[in-house]
Design a protein around this ligand. Structure first.
Ligand SMILES: [Ca+2]
Length: 282
């Protein structure tokens, strides 16, 4: 019996390896540096579920306020996802006055958000199912303005001001690659990112480097604007004793990096953390 099970397992593994090879997902995930994370962080705000709106997505800052997306996932709605954008005063880490948008089906999964100071709008990558759609929202009223269809399917979006003609960097869906775009979302160039096997979430820039956030495992990969990989850092859990946080949003505010996490589980909600220390290692 033992021998039979061993043979069965070997055959099964061989078939699994063959199938994995066929579909090109055979990249070996990089093992997290267990117990040797090089970041430390502290929770600045915890937000509970708002009825069925319970899942954290991307976040950004306009320099004064912080914007956090939460969605009612399709598992709750049984159909279209709905998003709300929360406007948060980071001086007190409380919701700003009228700091919650209405339920917006126009934003779909609303995976990532950035603020464009040229046009004074929040820009959101819709993600599933309208991957090529970028939506604009007024930061004051949190009302939907318009959507625009662009060349690439995106899952993440960051505004950048390097003094050149490029204004956005984005993660291209279905790949680990990135695109650079001008203000009208015409493609300037694309570059190849590392396929680390993790779940792609968000992108942010401090106008010097690109920071790409992943979950499962929660980590950040750093690149320069030429696409050179500069190192990675795994993130510790925001609270000890729990292992159920999903990194979702990354942004800079007041010169500090922040990461927001979805709390996995039935009631969800999430936390926003200030990164106190971070070190990127290759
Ligand atoms: Ca997400």
């Amino acid at each position: 019996m033992q021998a039979f099970i061993s043979v069965f397992l070997a055959v099964f593994q061989a078939i699994a390896a063959f199938i994995t090879g066929l579909f090109g997902t055979s990249s070996t995930p990089i093992t997290p540096i267990s117990g040797k994370t090089t970041a430390s962080q502290s929770i600045v705000m915890k937000i509970g579920a708002i009825d069925k709106i319970r899942q954290f997505e991307g976040a950004c800052s306009d320099g004064e306020y912080v914007y956090q997306i939460m969605i009612e996932p399709s598992s709750s709605t049984g159909g279209d996802e709905k998003a709300v954008v929360l406007k948060i005063d980071p001086k007190t880490w409380t919701l700003a006055e009228n700091g919650r948008s209405e339920m917006l089906t126009e934003l779909n999964h609303a995976n990532d958000i950035t603020y464009d100071p040229r046009i004074k709008l929040l820009m959101i990558s819709n993600n599933a199912p309208n991957y090529t759609l970028v939506s604009a929202l007024y930061p004051d009223s949190l009302q939907y303005k318009a959507g625009m269809t662009i060349e690439h399917p995106l899952y993440s979006l960051a505004y950048v001001d390097t003094g050149s003609t490029s204004y956005y960097y984005a993660g291209i869906s279905g790949t680990y690659n990135f695109g650079e775009y001008n203000g009208a979302f015409d493609t300037i160039k694309t570059f190849k990112g590392i396929d680390n096997g993790y779940v792609k979430q968000s992108i942010e820039t401090d106008n010097q480097y690109l920071y790409c956030l992943f979950s499962d495992s929660n980590c950040i990969y750093k690149y320069d604007f030429s696409g050179n990989y500069l190192g990675r850092c795994f993130l510790p859990n925001p609270e000890s004793g729990l292992n159920s946080y999903e990194a979702e949003g990354i942004f800079f505010h007041g010169g500090k990096m922040y990461v927001s996490y979805n709390i996995l589980g039935k009631n969800n909600g999430g936390v926003i953390c200030k990164i106190d220390k971070i070190e990127f290692k290759k």
